[in-house]
Design a protein. Structure first.
Length: 48
């Protein structure tokens, strides 16, 4: 695989992953504000 193509795929994957993680963080934060932060932190610990 030529380097430009490989780098483009890697960078696009990183960009997509960043967007997904940011949206997930926002969703978790909204849930935390809606219903106590204890259950959300427990869920976050289970995900990792």
């Amino acid at each position: 695989m030529p380097w430009p193509i490989a780098w483009h795929t890697i960078s696009s994957k990183i960009c997509w992953y960043t967007v997904v993680s940011v949206m997930r963080e926002r969703h978790v934060r909204e849930k935390a504000e809606a219903s106590g932060t204890v259950s959300v932190s427990r869920k976050r610990a289970n995900q990792r």
